[in-house]
Design a protein around this ligand. Sequence first.
Ligand code: C2E
Ligand code: MG
Ligand code: MG
Length: 548
Amino acid sequence: MSDVFNNELFEAFASASDNVYIYVCDMKTDISRWSKAAVDYFGLAGEYLEDAATVWGQHIHPDDLNVYTDDITGVFSGKKKYHDCQYRARNASGGYVWVECKGSVIRDAEGNPIIFAGLMTRIDGQSKYDSLTGLLTTQEMHYFDFASQSGAALLIGIDGFRKIVSNYGYNTGDEILIKFSRELSSLGKPEWKVLRFSGDEFLVIAFASNPQEVTDFYEEICRRTDIVSMEDGRKVGLSISAGGVLFPQDADTRETLINKLEHSLEYAKNNQRGSIVFFSEEIAGKYERELVLREDLKQCVKNDFKGFELFFQPFVNPDTGKIEGCESLLRWKGERIKDSYPMEFIKVLEDYGEIHEVGYWVMEQAIRQQAAWRDIYGELQVSFNVSYQQFIDDTFEEKAISCVKKYGANPESIIIELTESCQVEDPKELAAMFGRLRERGFKIALDDFGTAYASMEMLKWLPVDYIKVEHSFIRELAQPGHDVDYVIVDSLLEMCKRLGYYSIIEGVEDGKVADIVGALKATLLQGYHYSRPVCRKDFEKLLDENKK
Ligand code: C2E
Ligand code: MG
Ligand code: MG
C-alpha cells in the first residue's frame, strides 16, 4: 500500500470535521483513499477505491457533471492550478447535497502527476433554515431521536404543484409555498417541528401526539389553504395530500421514517388524493412488490429483454370487417412476479428510467414485424405506444428512422401512439418533432383521446394523423342511459372528419357498439369484440383467416 495513504496526517485531517471529506489519489496506481466520514456519508464501497474518477462521477448530479469534469480536466492538463468547484453529490440515502470540492496535483520532477489530493466541504449542511420559507431544513432531522420519543410525523405535499407553477409562474409558486408554510407553523403546537422537506413537500413532526390529533391538524390545514389569496388579489385553489407515520411503533430511525412517509404520501397521491393516509401493511406490501418488480425488470432488460413479449390486437375496418393493422402491446413475465399488468410494470419502467431501453426494444420489434408481415399479408398499419418521457429522449427520432431503414419497413405504415400518461411540458418542441417524423412518413396517433389533462388543447399544438377515442366513452355506448357517451363520440368523430384526422375507436366489446361507431364513420375499430391482444402466432392465425 502506497505510503501517501498511510500517514498520520491523513488520519488527522480525516477526522477534522463531519462536514469535510478528505481524499488522496495515487495517480500511478489509480487507487485512492477516502476519509471514513466520506465513505459513510456518500455510501462509498470502502475507504480504498480503484478508478475513483468513475466511481465518484456516478455520485455527481448529472446536471453538474460537466462543471466537475471540465474543472478536473483543466487541473490534470495543467491549465488550472487548483481544482475548485461546487456541485451536487449524491449521498448514501440517495439525496443530493451541495459540496465545494478543492484539490491540487503534486507532480514529479518530469512534471508527471503523482498525487491528487483535496477535500470536499458540504456547503448546504450549514443552512439550518430554508431560505425561501424560513422553515427548518431536513438537516434538523439528524437531531431527533425517533426511538425514544413518541408521536406522529406527517409529510404533506401540494397536489399538482408543477402545474400551478406552469400556469401561474414561479413567483406565484414561491408565494404559495411561503403562505402555506406560515399556516403550518402557526397551526401546529409549539413543541411540534415543521420542516421544508423538498420543493413542495413539508414535514410536520408532532411529538407526543396521537393520530387523531394530526388528522385534525391536517383537516384544519386543508380548510385554511383550500383557497390562497395572492398579494395581487388573485385566488389560487390548493389541494394537498399527506402521508402519516407513527413513531416509534412504525419507524424508530430517521431513514425508515422518511421511507415510510414517502411511500404513504405517494399512496395518498395516487389513490386518495386530497386526503391523509397512514402507513399500513397494504402500503408496505405494495412497495415490497414494487421493489421486486424493479429488480426483476432490470434483470430482464440486462438479460437481452428476456421475459418481454409483444402482443398484437387488430384494427378492423368497420365497412369490410377486415383486419387492416394492429396495436403492439407490451407484456412481461418476471422470475418472481408473473401477473403484472402493463399499467403496473410500465409505470415502474417509467419511474426508474428503463422505459427508454424497453421502449426502443418495442419499437424495433414492432417495425421488424411490420416489414416481415408485408410479404405474406400485405401492408398492415402497425402501431406501438410511446410515452412523453420516451419521446423527449434526444435519440428517439434518429432511432425510429434508422430502425425502418434496417428492416426495410414502410414508415407510412407505422403508427406511433403518444400515450397520455403524463402532462406535455413543452408542446412546441414535441410538435416540431412530430412534424419531422411525419415528414419522414411516420403516422402519429394521440392515444386515449378525451381522458387526460389537455386533449383538446393538445390538438391545437400537435400535428397528428390519428385520434384514438378512449374506452370509457365506448364500452357502454349501446346500453340505455348512455346518450351522453353517444353525443361525445359523435362529436369527436365529426371533429376528426372536419380536421382531417383518421380515428380509431378503442374498447369495442360487442357487435352493437361496432355497428354504432361504424355508422358514425370511424376509420378503424379495436376491441375484445374482434380479439383480445394475442401473441404473434395467434395474431397470424387471425391474419390467415382474414385473407380468406
Ligand atoms: P392503450 O395503448 O390505450 O392500449 C389499449 C389497452 O386497452 C390495452 O391494455 C388493451 O388490452 C385494452 N383493451 C383493448 N380492447 C379492449 C376492450 O374491448 N375492452 C377493454 N376493457 N380493454 C381493451 P393493456 O395491454 O393492458 O395496456 C395498457 C396500457 O399500457 C396501454 O394502453 C398503453 O398505454 C400502455 N402500454 C402497452 N404497451 C406499451 C408499450 O410498449 N410502451 C408504452 N409506453 N406503453 C405501453
Ligand atoms: Mg395505445
Ligand atoms: Mg388507448
